[in-house]
Design a protein around this ligand. Structure first.
Ligand code: HEM
Length: 420
């Protein structure tokens, strides 16, 4: 069997196929994409644990190159416009990757140390009341009898608002920020949502230009937002302007849609399983465990790219230097070799063992924010879910090899509930 992780035929229900791949061999080599697919839990964790052998930098670069066969003259013009607009010097970036998610050792640790300052437990916990206020505000605007789309009305706008407030985006720029955020999310997708490289560059260019202006302002007038914390020497080693610009882009790509998707996937799971919905509605203290089971079973990031730095082995398979790998989180989290009854939602199991937030040095920086946002949204939403069902045709899955979630998830009142 030749399986391609980028093949949209497997997007909807990839799990039976993942199982076949896991059972067949330790690794699957996709002839079509020239990429090793790492599908089992132990091997996925081993790859995450060895950034010295499996580079994120090379991995992301090769993934982005996928769309380069579509590059035309318009894209090259857009590239020049991007460089002028953002004042980014490409030569400066050649030797020193400044984006945390693509940085390898030894560049990664100092970057992570700086951005960690903005994501301490105390800083994140302080956002709970604002998240609740937004969540209740969005929900209270929805008429009880009318259908509503959980994604559009709640799961998408809330993380986007929080990240824009964390970064200190002015209210009058929110509409632009929303547009850039949408574009950033589409950066790494395939299928119908994939924009042209020129559109990606135009979008990222506008966002980065804006973030540069915020950084320059914060240098003159620091305040307590994320950008000030990262550039103010009073807090420790500062991040330079280009690094803050890239970090803002990473936050939008890595942080927004993932949280939206985890909420959408959880709501879908509850609607399919009324007994589970009853259990958490009666015992909201189980919501954190529900979130962990949801990100395990429906991992919002399906896969992560890596590239072999030298000739190496995974179990008995030789991996030549320069090989591309996709680390298939969505498969590892259902590996029966590591997780008992992996297909079942079990709120009493040790729910912390999954790899949905990665593992090792790149472990998700925003995991506690994502968990907090998902918990508060679900605490507000679950009491309103009973008596509702998925509207026919109202569940539209995201068309992406990279993320798993919903573009649309419309709920309607169950007919008998309306009659009663
Ligand atoms: C349910 C929601 C989320 C999921 C499933 C998720 C998943 C992940 C995964 C799997 C990684 C590891 C990437 C790798 O090893 O290459 C990662 C890294 C990262 N995530 Fe998340 N994420 C979520 C939410 C967030 C949020 C809310 C933010 C920030 C606002 C965020 C920011 C980041 C950053 C900056 C990294 C890179 C960390 C590093 O390279 O050191 N994520 N995330």
């Amino acid at each position: 069997m030749d399986f391609s992780p980028f093949d949209s035929r497997y997007f909807d229900d990839p799990y039976p196929l993942y199982k076949r791949l896991r059972d067949q061999d330790t690794l699957h080599y996709s002839q079509q994409d020239k990429v090793f697919c790492v599908t089992r839990y132990d091997e996925v964790r081993d790859v995450f644990k060895r950034p010295d052998l499996f580079s994120s930098r090379g991995g992301f670069a090769s993934l982005l190159m996928q769309s380069w066969d579509r590059v035309g003259p318009r894209d090259l013009i857009e590239m020049l416009r991007f460089l002028v607009r953002t004042r980014i010097n490409p030569l400066k970036f050649r030797g020193a990757p400044k984006s945390i998610i693509t940085a390898d050792p030894p560049d990664h640790a100092p970057l992570r140390q700086i951005v960690n300052r903005g994501f301490t437990a105390r800083r994140i916990a302080a956002w709970e009341s604002r998240i609740r206020e937004l969540s209740e505000g969005y929900i209270s605007g929805l008429a009880d009898s009318e259908p509503f789309d959980v994604v559009a009305e709640l799961a998408y706008p809330l993380p986007m608002m929080i990240i824009s407030e964390m970064l200190g985006v002015e209210t009058e720029r929110l509409a632009d920020f929303r547009r850039w955020s949408n574009g950033a999310i589409n950066l790494q997708t395939s299928g119908t949502r994939a924009p042209s490289p020129a559109a990606n560059l135009a979008n990222a260019g506008e966002l980065l230009q804006y973030v540069r202006s915020v950084v320059e302002r914060r240098r003159r007038e620091p305040c307590d937002d994320l950008i000030s914390v990262m550039i103010d020497p009073a807090h420790g080693e500062p991040l330079d302007t280009e690094a803050v610009m890239l970090f803002a882009l990473v936050l939008l790509v890595a942080g927004n849609e993932t949280t939206t998707n985890s909420v959408g996937n959880t709501v879908d799971m509850l609607l399919r399983n009324p007994a589970l919905l009853d259990t958490v509605a009666q015992n909201p203290s189980l919501i954190p465990a529900l979130i962990e089971e949801s990100v395990r079973l429906e991992s919002p990031l399906r896969l992560m790219p890596r590239q072999a730095v030298e000739d190496t082995m995974i179990r008995n398979t030789p991996i030549p230097k320069g090989s591309n790998l996709v680390v298939m989180i969505g498969s590892a989290n259902r590996d029966e070799r590591a997780i008992e009854n992996p297909e079942c939602v079990d709120l009493r199991r040790d729910t912390g063992r999954h790899l949905a937030f990665g593992f090792g040095i790149h472990f998700c920086l925003g995991a506690s924010l994502a968990r907090l946002e998902a918990r508060v949204i679900l605490e507000t939403l679950i009491p309103r879910l009973q008596g509702r069902e998925l509207r026919a045709g109202g569940g539209v899955r995201t068309d992406s090899y990279f993320t798993r979630g919903f573009d649309r998830l419309e709920l309607a009142r169950i007919a008998s509930a309306v009659a009663a």
